[in-house]
Design a protein around this ligand. Structure first.
Ligand code: SAM
Length: 204
């Protein structure tokens, strides 16, 4: 991520302060999920950015926008490599917030925020994706996987968050599923809460 981009840095700093508060318990009076970001954090954001920047003109699908933090790391890579991000979120107020921050960061041109249920929306999407970032409620990982596999371009990268220990039944089911799929090669990387990185249609 270029450190010369002041607009983006300002917005990321704002998110990262809010994330620190959220994680330290302040502002957690409300355990209500709609007010919490559950954002991936800078290390995982950097990994997403590096992966997305490795693809020429990437068409990227993000599943689980929340308030828009991870989408900025992807949108920056899309800007750098001539690509685009489509980010899906079921809560309209989160999509609206994410859209506003993408504008503030100067990245609105490279990311579209769409509101709706991802499992329903994915089958309606046109074209193929070169990268998918999966980060919504865990019981929906496998249903989303089933929906987005037909939408993957050859060689596409799929990154799933929260794949470390303690992720729960939904993420375990996803790990079992993708590792049994002969069209994928897959590895869990201990960055953030654990990211499963998979490549579609292995060529080895
Ligand atoms: C872990 S948060 C995403 C965090 C975000 N990727 C980030 O790092 O900034 C998961 C999000 O998935 C959304 N979500 C849950 N179920 C969904 C569904 N069926 N369709 C779309 N989004 C959904 C939740 O509202 C929540 O905002």
């Amino acid at each position: 991520m270029p450190d010369t981009d002041e607009r983006l840095r300002t917005v990321l700093d704002r998110y990262e302060r809010r994330r620190t508060q959220e994680r330290s318990g302040r502002g957690r009076e409300s355990t209500e999920t709609s007010t919490r970001m559950f954002a991936i954090g800078p290390e995982a954001g950097t990994l997403l950015n590096v992966l997305a920047r490795s693809i020429k003109s990437p068409r990227i699908l993000e599943i689980g926008t929340s308030y828009g933090y991870s989408g900025l790391w992807l949108a920056e890579a899309a800007r750098a490599r001539g690509g685009h991000v489509l980010s899906l979120e079921c809560d309209a107020h989160k999509s609206d917030h994410a859209r506003g921050e993408a504008h503030a960061a100067g990245l609105a041109e490279w990311i579209e925020h769409r509101t709706g249920d991802a499992v329903t929306l994915i089958p309606t999407l046109e074209g193929k994706f070169d990268m998918v970032f999966l980060d919504l409620w865990k019981d929906l990982y496998v249903p989303c996987f089933d929906a987005f596999v037909p939408k993957l371009a050859p060689g596409a990268l799929v990154v799933a968050d929260n794949m470390g220990r303690g992720g729960g039944a939904g993420t375990r089911a996803y790990a079992e599923r993708i590792r049994c799929e002969p069209r994928f090669e897959s590895v869990m990387v201990p960055v953030g809460t654990g990211m499963e990185i998979s490549r579609f249609a292995r060529t080895l």
